[in-house]
Design a protein around this ligand. Structure first.
Ligand code: IPE
Ligand code: IPE
Ligand code: MG
Length: 235
């Protein structure tokens, strides 16, 4: 797919886009609704945005759904988020697989309920033949990811590691580094997301709360990205 303004092939320039989907709680608060309702709306946005990005020809999409620090929230909110995740898998996973999408969950599944963890593993297996990748970060933290990678390398018998060794042992090993990271809701921080992989990523911030974020906002982010000059330490 080409961008109408630039006639540039988007999928060539952006091989991987990542989203820090933030602002569900504030969206609900503004409407005097429970935070869980913000997550319900956020899930609808997630579905539309993912579809739009794949339609643009972007081959790898990563979304931050639940961080290792999000356990600090109330049991009620955590329960609502886990319930939504499971329902989304039940309702939409087969369709995503049919559309040619490979689902990968980034993060440590062991603290999740066995039912949810098993469903996640099952989809990962059933979609493994597909080319386009949707990484969903659940119980994901970049520090946990790097620590996990190093421990794996140690258990493989390594006493010295290279940067390449670490990259190939991260949860994101099937995707290239993100070209563009988008964060909504006006916050300008990584919150333990893709610390290793973001070394040369471009950042785009939107003040919109995630449930209000639209496919046109992705287009704005993409257009902004296209105007940037990436130097990777060179010129
Ligand atoms: C993002 O929205 C979703 C998750 C972190 C699970 P928040 O729930 O963080 O929304 P705010 O930041 O409180 O508005
Ligand atoms: C980051 O958002 C995690 C997700 C979007 C899942 P948070 O809302 O948890 O981040 P902080 O606490 O504002 O840094
Ligand atoms: Mg937040």
């Amino acid at each position: 797919m080409t961008s109408p303004k630039s006639e540039v092939n988007i999928g060539e320039k952006i091989k991987h886009i990542a989203f820090i989907m933030d602002g569900n709680g504030r969206w609900a608060k503004k409407r005097l609704l429970p935070r869980s309702q913000g997550h319900v709306e956020g899930l609808k946005t997630f579905t539309k945005i993912v579809e739009h990005c794949f339609n643009l020809g972007i081959a790898n999409i990563t979304v931050y759904a639940f961080s290792t620090e999000n356990w600090n929230r109330s049991a009620e909110e955590v329960g609502a988020l886990m319930g939504l995740l499971e329902k989304n898998i039940d309702d939409n996973a087969d369709e995503l697989i049919e559309k040619g999408i490979r689902l990968i969950f980034l993060g440590d599944k062991s603290p999740l309920s066995k039912t949810l963890a098993d469903k996640m593993t099952d989809i990962e297996k059933r979609s493994a033949h597909n080319k386009a990748i949707l990484n969903v970060a659940v119980n994901y933290g970049a520090r946990d990811e790097i620590t996990h990678a190093v421990n794996e390398l140690i258990s493989e018998g390594k006493t010295q590691v290279s940067a390449e060794d670490i990259t190939t042992h991260l949860y994101t090993k099937n995707s290239p580094d993100p070209d563009l990271i988008v964060r909504t809701a006006g916050e300008k921080r990584l919150s333990n997301f893709l610390l290793w992989q973001a070394a040369y990523s471009e950042f785009y911030y939107s003040d919109k709360l995630w449930p209000d974020f639209k496919p046109e906002d992705v287009d704005k982010a993409v257009e902004d990205f296209m105007s940037r000059h990436r130097k990777f330490g060179g010129y």
